[in-house]
Design a protein around this ligand. Structure first.
Ligand code: HEC
Length: 268
């Protein structure tokens, strides 16, 4: 279709305006963020998570200190950047949220459906236990390198499946994750979109989630973020700890290899 000069001008003008506004929003965020200084309110939620980890809870009245997140029972240091991974006891690849659910069910006797039901806080709610636990575990990995394992065949298979899912177009708009997350310097409704298919973008993302969302006043996890994206895509709801979630995380995590963990992050 031929475009008149005016149409072109209008389109370009709109695009430039969007970039300008996005810049302004970034500046506002930076200002906002500088008010917090080095203080990330997530530290309070990390403390809550630490208490939840060590408290005897649930029908079995035990703590999570025997929970194995991949480096042996009770070890929380430097596990985040090495998840998802294959676990022998379940013969499956699991991400952090899935593994925490597993431990809360198997060790503490909580009901799986109930944990999943209340896993992420809604608008205006206080944070959930899962959000606090994930913040605590991520915090204990600060400064460690992202090194999501690819040695077990199941881990390799999860990466392949995650990659396929990332590029799989579905839903009424025929979007895939890649539609929005394959290019660098792309924006949607004034938000910058990370390119999750290459190291730079994947690292920036993987190392900064979970994150304290200033606009929402709670810590959000990567599982929550992905669920929201899938919702925008009008896909069926992504279930925490499900194969689809694990595969997608495996894909992004491996792409982020070598990044330095800096979570909980602080996001608008
Ligand atoms: C319609 C466009 C769109 C689609 C499709 C989409 N996303 Fe997103 N995604 C976004 C937007 C917008 C953001 C928020 C960016 C921001 O807040 O700065 C985002 C953010 C993210 C983030 C956090 C990035 C960061 O560094 O903070 C992850 C992870 C993510 N998406 C994963 C996915 C996955 C996995 C899929 C496929 C299931 C997907 N997205 C599909 C638009 C999309």
């Amino acid at each position: 279709m031929a475009m008149s000069g005016r149409m072109m001008g209008g389109l370009l003008g709109g695009a430039l305006l969007a970039v300008g506004l996005a810049q302004a929003q970034d500046d506002t965020f930076d200002e906002y963020r500088s008010m917090f200084g080095d203080d990330n309110p997530a530290i309070f939620i990390v403390d809550e998570g630490s208490e939840l980890w060590t408290q005897a809870r649930g029908p079995e009245n035990v703590s999570l200190e025997q929970c194995d997140l991949g480096q042996g029972p009770g070890v929380v240091e430097n596990v985040y950047g090495q998840l998802p991974r294959y676990f022998e006891d379940t013969d499956s690849v699991m991400d952090l949220e899935g593994r925490l659910i597993h431990c809360m069910v198997e060790l503490q006797g909580f009901k799986r459906e109930e944990i999943i039901e209340g896993i992420y806080s809604g608008a205006g709610d206080n944070g959930t236990e899962m959000e606090a636990l994930v913040a605590y575990v991520a915090d204990a990995s600060q400064g460690s390198k992202v090194a999501v394992p690819q040695s077990h065949p199941e881990e390799k298979a999860a990466y392949k499946a995650g990659e396929a899912l990332f590029y799989h177009r579905a839903g009424p708009y025929d979007f895939s994750c890649a539609t929005c997350h394959r290019q660098s310097d792309k924006r949607i409704r004034l938000q910058s979109l990370p390119n999750l298919t290459e190291a730079e973008g994947a690292r920036a993302t993987y190392t900064t989630w979970p994150a304290y969302r200033i606009s929402q006043g709670v810590v959000r996890t990567m599982g929550w973020r992905m669920r929201n994206c899938a919702r925008q895509q009008r896909l069926p709801e992504l279930q925490p700890g499900s194969e689809a979630v694990v595969d997608l995380l495996m894909y992004m995590g491996v792409n982020a290899e070598g990044g330095s963990m800096d979570a909980p992050g602080l996001k608008r």
